[in-house]
Design a protein around this ligand. Structure first.
Ligand SMILES: Cc1cc2nc3c(=O)[nH]c(=O)nc-3n(C[C@H](O)[C@H](O)[C@H](O)COP(=O)(O)OP(=O)(O)OC[C@H]3O[C@@H](n4cnc5c(N)ncnc54)[C@H](O)[C@@H]3O)c2cc1C
Length: 318
């Protein structure tokens, strides 16, 4: 059985690793990005490193906690216990307490996906434009060449992108899902800095601040990530990027005194799921196409893992 998996975020590498372990299964992974990790990614700028997507992950199911155990033993995953605050331009700083363990991957957030995908057959910098069936087998069409033949194609791209790759008449039910975008402002900092490591921000265009360099295992100069609120990001989605950057820098300045030398901006088109699909995964047995990812179940790293694991279980039961 030959399977193409599109995407090397946590869902892609998780489903691929389980399928590749099955007898007579051959799995090939494709990602349009330069590295493995998807939304669990890192941006390096000079001496600064920014976890500009997922900030941490929680593990609420026994299955995810069990899965993480090996990666914790090998130092790829550690619990993060930041000094965390609530900030608002209208109120005094308040300390905050997290009531469940929060984990990060090392040396950057993509470390976990890299480790899971270590022995898998991964092709990066390869954008799949669409999939096409010939003589009963699937082929992946990219700008340079066609890849195939495959018995099955599994997409872990967000549903809108999956629909663009899959044939027109397949997967309309995925359209019911919704995503909010998110701007990530990346500030290379210097001078004296706040004592909190991360902060939830209220009454502001910014909803989250965190110093990536203060997470375990980082080797970076002070690097602050500021995430814009989802509704604000939607409203300013097409606003000139320099203007967005200035608005977000001002929003950060209204809650914290931070000297920054450099500012970068990243726009996530499909950042956080607002309307999940509501099923563990999407599958069409007749056409031999499937899809999984966070969007099936929720908006967290663990949801992506769970969706991928349940899809892999479906293949294991065959
Ligand atoms: C700003 C931000 C902050 C977040 N914070 C948190 C957090 O703190 N905690 C948490 O649990 N979750 C957080 N999340 C959500 C978390 O990142 C996601 O739930 C999770 O990473 C989704 O994994 P996935 O594998 O389903 O999808 P993705 O990671 O998006 O992987 C999909 C992959 O498919 C690839 N792809 C898409 N189309 C194609 C194509 N045509 N050809 C080839 N490859 C393609 C993409 O390049 C990508 O690598 C955050 C997300 C963002 C954006």
């Amino acid at each position: 059985m030959k399977i193409a998996v599109i995407g090397t975020g946590i869902a892609g590498v998780s489903v691929a690793k389980r399928l590749a372990a099955l007898p007579h299964y051959q799995v090939e992974l494709f990602d349009k990005g330069r590295g493995t990790g998807g939304r669990m990614s890192v941006r390096h700028t000079g001496a600064h490193s920014f976890d500009h997507g997922a900030q941490f992950f929680t593990a609420r199911t026994a299955a995810f906690r069990d899965f993480l155990r090996d990666y914790q033993s090998s130092g790829v995953v550690e619990e993060w216990q930041p000094k965390i605050a609530t900030l608002s331009p209208k109120a005094e700083l308040q300390d905050r307490v997290w009531r469940e363990p929060h984990f990060v991957a090392l040396p950057n957030m993509n470390g976990l996906c890299k480790a899971i995908g270590e022995e898998l057959n991964v092709l990066l910098n390869t954008q799949v434009h669409f999939v096409e069936k010939h003589d009963g087998y699937w082929w992946l069409k990219t700008a340079e060449q066609d890849f195939g033949p495959y018995d099955w194609v599994v997409s872990t791209a967000p549903p809108e992108q999956t629909r663009q790759m899959f044939p027109d008449n397949i997967g309309q039910d995925m359209d019911a899902t919704g995503f909010a975008p998110c701007f990530s402002l990346l500030l290379g900092c210097s001078g004296s800095l706040p004592s909190w490591d991360a902060a939830i921000v209220k009454d502001s265009p910014v909803s989250w601040l965190a110093f990536t360099d203060r997470k375990p295992g980082r080797h970076s100069q002070p690097s602050l990530v500021a995430h814009a609120d989802g509704a604000w990001s939607q409203l300013h989605y097409d606003t000139d990027r320099e203007e967005v950057k200035h608005l977000l820098v001002d929003a950060v300045a209204s809650v914290a005194e931070i000297t920054h030398a450099a500012a970068g901006l990243h726009r996530w088109r499909y950042a956080r799921v607002t309307e999940p699909f509501g099923q563990d995964f999407w599958i069409n047995e007749a056409s031999q196409l499937a899809a999984c990812g966070d969007w099936c179940l929720g908006n967290r790293v663990e949801d992506a893992f769970t969706s991928a694991t349940r899809l892999a279980q479906r293949f294991e039961e065959r």
